[in-house]
Design a protein around this ligand. Structure first.
Ligand SMILES: [Mn+2]
Length: 337
């Protein structure tokens, strides 16, 4: 992975930081730490397309991160764009066309599996799918730029790394050394950092998770328990919950008003030991069968598209998973009814 030119070389430029639509904690915190680093020498702004996740909204409020929720404003008044925590234009939702039309330079800071058309030239890309969080990449870039971390930047980076490493499930020793440095500079305890983005589980979320468990179809693929279920909300949270209670791989989706959404989660065992990737082996392939876009990480991925038949889409996820395991030793398949 190559680093971008130092931040100081952007002096005086009007910079717009853009997260993916539905920004999560890593996205808003990576954008925010760059914003705080830039604000002395630059006119910088943060745009979040369409909507923001509840934990991201909570930390943004507490740290006074100035972001703007947008649909499709003109981007002409900016010199360059920093796209944070996504590399597929479709992830920018309603802002995609404006970004496509943008005449200035576009920079990319991301740790997702590269997907779709490249939106920034190679020298403008800070992309490493091995990084646990976009905040980790921002940390490296700030270091290289000799920007000292202030309390707020350090807090943001610690928060983004914590959430995107699934609370250190995917962490390596470097993750912890970055976290240690950020905690020290933040002047906050780890539990305070956690409290910044913790949102109470709502009644609706609990019901959605319980419904997802009730409606789950359970398959055995080789020696993996793979489940598929549908709920009208909290698909990602429900898929995580299903993995927590025993599934190795979980797909949870919903079709409503012609819109199709699926979230996938996989256990570390499946990802690390068996080399299975939800993004590569399932979600990036789904658009061949259903109009829409899919992608993400090995252990967490999603699909957004059009369609009315959630069952067909979920069964395609199962079929694609099956295809991956079919090529391995000890393949078997059955459904528990
Ligand atoms: Mn991320």
């Amino acid at each position: 992975m190559r680093l971008l030119k130092p931040l100081s070389s952007f002096k005086g430029k009007k910079i717009l930081l853009i997260t993916h639509s539905g920004a999560d904690v890593d996205a808003i915190c990576a954008a925010a730490s760059l914003f705080f680093a830039l604000q002395k020498r630059n006119k910088a702004k943060i745009f979040v397309p369409e909507h923001i996740s509840l934990p991201a909204k909570a930390i943004a409020k507490k740290l006074r991160i100035p972001y703007k929720l947008v649909q499709s404003p003109s981007l002409n008044c900016f010199d360059c764009l920093f796209l944070v925590d996504f590399n597929d234009l479709k992830m920018s939702g309603s802002l995609a066309n404006e970004i496509k039309r943008f005449k200035g330079q576009i920079f990319l800071i991301d740790h997702h599996q590269p997907a779709g058309k490249k939106i920034a030239s190679a020298k403008n890309r800070l992309v490493d799918p091995k990084a646990v969080a976009s905040c980790e990449l921002v940390f490296d870039w700030l270091k290289k730029s000799h920007v000292g971390l202030d309390r707020c930047m350090a807090t943001c980076i610690a928060a983004g790394i914590t959430t995107d490493s699934a609370f250190f499930l995917t962490a390596n020793s470097r993750t912890f050394s970055i976290l240690a440095e950020c905690l020290k500079k933040s002047g906050r305890t780890f539990s305070t950092i956690l409290s910044l983005f913790s949102v109470k589980q709502t009644f609706d979320e609990k019901i959605a998770k319980l419904k997802a468990a009730k409606r789950a179809r359970i398959f055995l693929i080789s020696n993996c328990i793979v489940v598929a279920s549908d709920v009208g909300a909290f698909e990602a949270e429900s898929a995580s919950a299903l993995v927590k209670i025993g599934a190795d791989i979980a797909f949870v989706g919903d079709a409503e008003d012609g819109k199709l959404r699926i979230s996938g989660r996989a256990s570390q065992r499946v990802v690390k030991k068996l080399g299975f990737s939800l993004a590569k082996h399932v979600f990036q392939l789904l658009p061949r069968y259903f109009p829409g876009s899919g992608g993400g990480h090995a252990g967490a991925a999603g699909f957004n598209g059009q369609g009315n038949d959630i069952n067909a889409a979920l069964m395609k996820c199962i079929a694609l998973t099956k295809r991956f395991f079919k090529e391995k030793k000890g393949f078997r398949f059955k459904e528990y009814t």
